[in-house]
Design a binder for this molecule. Structure first.
Ligand code: ZN
Length: 422
């Protein structure tokens, strides 16, 4: 771009400096325009590449978003499952706590019942002992209080009364014993029932504990799955961030390329305008004569050697000079221009002519431009009147920079001044 500015200003500068360099500037401007057009084409290609890449990245991003959505759904499902399992687990834990409490109560009651049973057993045994002692005293032991009680009777009636009393006493003892045995049996039954209950509750508790272990295992598995999905999601998000960063970068690049393109297109338009102006100026500074020809060396009118016989400056021979030599102190590198519209039929180094261009104008007329440092057209190319065809130089048989210009009619050299005017 900097190079462009330099040449652009160089062109402007040359317009200001001298009218004779118009054509050179025009040529440079044309070359610059060609270069800029090439750059614009390349930049457009670059822009298309950037857009294509953007499209690719956008597609990738769409895919990533779909993946991410799927992962989020998966995660939601797993989280729901986890919540369910945790709720179940909470219930089971509650159930377990309640069962444990129930078990504890049952165990306490069992202990109490066992104590009660022991007491009842002990009391029944004591009563049995007492009954036995009393019966033994009544029937076997003569010194017992029962016999003494009977013997001390004062009358038959008194005896009968005393016997009746003893019978009542024994009967009472038996009743007390029977009641105690009954009570003990009752307690024993309750104890058994309680023990069975304890057993059942323990079984239930074990079942709940098993359930709890299974649920905890399930919870762990779900948590593992959840972590796995979270990691996958994080990886996808990282990829997403990366692609988004890339997309931003591409957008910046696109903006930059667009700015460059705009700038170039602006410069291209300015150049086109400049070229138009330069062409106009160049044409007005070197207008065609009545024959419709322009002077082939714009700005240089000094003819150092005319058409016709002369002593050749190098060979010193008296010989026909087939054209005119146009010269000037600063003519080196200045453009030689097509005298009229035509087709280039030769553009190359051509022996004593040096770098040389021949243009066929039709109707048997051709023009020749010789001794250039270089030619600026190629054979077969169509040229317009005033187009630069050669950079004036001193190649071939030449003593210094000048333009050797010939006009030929049906191949025979004719006086160029019959066609062009200085
Ligand atoms: Zn000559």
């Amino acid at each position: 771009m900097r190079k462009f500015y330099i040449s652009f200003f160089a062109i402007l500068l040359s317009i200001i400096m001298s009218a004779s360099v118009f054509a050179t500037s025009l040529n440079d401007a044309k070359k610059e325009l060609d270069e800029i057009s090439k750059n614009i084409k390349e930049t457009k290609n670059e822009l298309n590449e950037v857009k294509e890449e953007q499209d690719n990245v956008r597609k990738q991003l769409d895919e990533i978003e779909k993946e991410l959505e799927a992962k989020e759904k998966e995660l939601a499902t797993v989280e729901k499952k986890l919540a369910q399992t945790q709720a179940e687990l909470d219930n089971v834990r509650q159930e377990l706590a309640e069962t444990e409490e129930e078990l504890l109560k049952t165990q306490e009651r069992l202990e109490q019942l066992k104590t009660e049973l022991d007491e009842a057993t002990r009391k029944a045994e004591e009563q049995e002992q007492l009954n036995a002692e009393r019966l033994r005293a009544m029937y076997m032991n003569s010194t017992s209080s029962y016999l003494k009680l009977l013997l001390e009777a004062k009358s038959l009636n008194d005896l009968l009364n005393r016997i009746d009393m003893i019978i009542q006493m024994v009967t009472y003892d038996q009743q007390v014993f029977d009641k105690m045995v009954e009570y003990r049996n009752e307690v024993e039954e309750k104890t058994f029932a309680c023990a069975r209950q304890e057993e059942q509750i323990t079984q239930i508790k074990n079942e709940i504990e098993n359930k709890k272990v299974l649920l905890e295992q399930k919870e762990k598995e779900i948590k593992d799955t959840k972590n796995k999905i979270k990691k996958q999601k994080a990886a996808i998000e990282a990829a997403q961030n990366e692609k988004e960063a890339l997309l931003n970068q591409l957008s910046e690049e696109e903006a930059k390329v667009r700015r460059e393109l705009e700038q170039m297109e602006k410069e291209s338009k300015e150049l086109e305008k400049l070229i138009k102006e330069l062409t106009k100026k160049s044409q007005s500074s070197n207008p065609p004569n009545k024959n419709g020809y322009v002077w082939p060396a714009p700005g240089y009118t000094h003819i150092t050697s005319p058409f016709g016989y002369r002593v050749h400056p190098i060979t010193k021979q008296y010989k026909m000079h087939k054209g005119i030599d146009i010269s000037g102190s600063d003519i080196s590198n200045k453009p030689a221009v097509a005298a009229a519209d035509g087709t280039v039929i030769l553009s190359q180094y051509y022996g004593t002519y040096g770098y040389c261009v021949i243009i066929d104008h039709g109707g048997g007329i051709s023009t020749l431009y010789a001794h250039g440092w270089s030619t600026t057209v190629s054979a077969g190319q169509k040229v317009k009147r005033g187009d630069t065809v050669l950079k004036i130089g001193s190649t071939g048989s030449s003593t210094g920079p000048h333009l050797h210009f010939e006009v030929r009619k049906n191949g025979e050299p004719v006086n160029p001044l019959n066609y062009v005017s200085p």
